[in-house]
Ligand binder design. Structure first.
Ligand code: NAD
Ligand code: MG
Length: 392
């Protein structure tokens, strides 16, 4: 494996920290050359002290001075940058060979696209960019010869279960597993009073707050169905979802001859990241092997799409096509953020997403501008709806 200089976008987050853990285990083969974060200068500089990147980027331009000052105070020669344009230029330029796209939400779209257009090895965790503008991201990667390595446990598992990581003749269906989140088995009425703290307490995975809420509503699985559609090119009807509470089987590929291949492992994103860095080789990730005897059993059940309407809404948006998935994603981001701030109830999340989808008919997404426009309209619609859903 040639030494890879890696840009870690979203370095201060959950995926970012897992990526840096794997990188630090392989100093001969991997180095963190660019670290980027949203607003937390102290956390970013602490990572710079540890990983000595050539470049550090803070998203908020107002924090540029604070970043320069903190890097200097720490005695580092790391170059400071601020803003999305600077980030995209670094991602596309000579500062890195591969990019871990782990910014949360639509904010990650530009840098994901920049990496795809520059033909970089793209370890793609930012599923929202595929939901928002999947055709554009995939076309850019194809044109530039960028290799996309999915960093979502389910999609990474599918990638591992498919020859060359692609769907070819003989593949019947892809199946994503879902843990079911913290409220599996509950009825709708009991979800009315869920608090943000309860929603982010995921039973199996330790993740950032937004994706944790998405897991609790099952929107995460809906976004993942759309993500799988773009990554592997199959339609809604050939992408199944089964609930698997132990989160040890991450996904399955059904072949036409009756064979089903599954990928298993502990719920720890370092495995997917190690695959992303090294594929087709394998490198240690720090994740211990799976002890099947200790775990004892694997259970599977049907998802409850009536109680958890977000999965149904996501599938509807995929069928509707055009801007519908973009609208779904943007309205969900607004609603989840308001829920995390304690402004709306848990069940208002699907209600706001459903109302945005109903109000904004699907338009064609032929350009980045069209995707941004659909995203902005849905954010506006969802923001307007918040007062009607305000918690007493
Ligand atoms: P997180 O909240 O822990 O981290 C988010 C990171 O993005 C932080 O470093 C933050 O500083 C940065 N960020 C936020 N807004 C930004 C902006 N406007 N510009 C630049 N940087 C910004 O989130 P996470 O759990 O690590 O998830 C990151 C992405 O990976 C999400 O798209 C999520 O869906 C996906 N993902 C995460 C997991 C997981 O296990 N955590 C699994 C699969 C996929
Ligand atoms: Mg996942």
């Amino acid at each position: 494996m040639k030494r890879q200089r890696v840009a870690v976008l979203g370095a201060t987050g959950s995926i970012g920290s897992s990526a840096l853990d794997v990188i630090a285990r392989h100093p001969q083969q991997l180095s963190a050359s660019v670290l980027a974060a949203g607003r937390n200068v102290d956390a970013l500089v602490a990572l710079c002290v540890q990983h000595r990147p050539a470049h550090a980027v803070i998203a908020d331009p107002a924090l540029y001075g604070a970043l320069c000052e903190a890097l200097r105070a720490a005695g580092l020669s790391t170059h400071a940058h601020a803003g999305d344009d600077a980030l995209c230029a670094l991602v596309a330029g000579d500062a890195c060979d591969s990019v871990v796209a782990a910014i949360v939400g639509a904010a990650g779209l530009d840098s994901t696209l920049a990496a795809a257009r520059a033909g970089k090895r793209l370890l793609l965790a930012n599923k929202e960019s595929l939901v928002m503008a999947g055709d554009l991201v995939m076309a850019a990667a194809r044109q530039a010869g960028a290799c996309i390595l999915p960093i979502d446990s389910e999609h990474n598992a599918l990638f591992q279960c498919l020859p060359d990581g692609r769907v070819s003749a003989g593949v019947e269906r892809l199946v994503l597993t879902a843990s079911g989140g913290p409220f599996r088995g509950r009825d709708r009425a009991s979800l009315a009073s869920i608090t943000p703290a309860q929603a982010v307490a995921h039973p199996k995975w330790s993740m950032g707050p937004k994706i944790s809420v998405d897991s609790a509503t099952l929107m995460n699985k809906g976004l993942e169905v759309i993500e799988a559609h773009h990554l592997f090119g199959l339609g809604n009807d050939r992408i199944g979802v089964v609930v698997h509470p132990q989160s040890l089987v991450h996904a399955l590929v059904e072949y036409t001859d009756g064979s089903t291949l599954a990928q298993l492992g502990l719920p720890d994103m370092r495995t997917a990241l190690a695959v992303g860095f090294a594929w087709p080789a394998r490198i240690p990730s720090g994740v211990p092997p799976l002890d099947l005897i200790a775990h004892g059993r694997l259970d599977f059940e049907e998802p409850d799409m009536d109680t958890f309407a977000c999965l149904r809404l996501a599938r509807q948006a995929l069928d509707a096509g055009g801007s519908a998935p973009t609208v779904l994603n943007a309205a969900n981001e607004v609603a989840v953020s308001a829920f995390l701030q304690g402004r709306i109830a848990f069940l208002s999340i699907p209600a706001i997403v459903e109302s945005a989808l109903a109000a904004l008919p699907p338009a064609e997404i032929a350009s980045l501008e069209a995707a941004r426009e659909a995203d902005a309209q849905a954010r506006h619609h969802a923001t307007q709806a918040l007062p009607r859903h305000a918690r007493a």
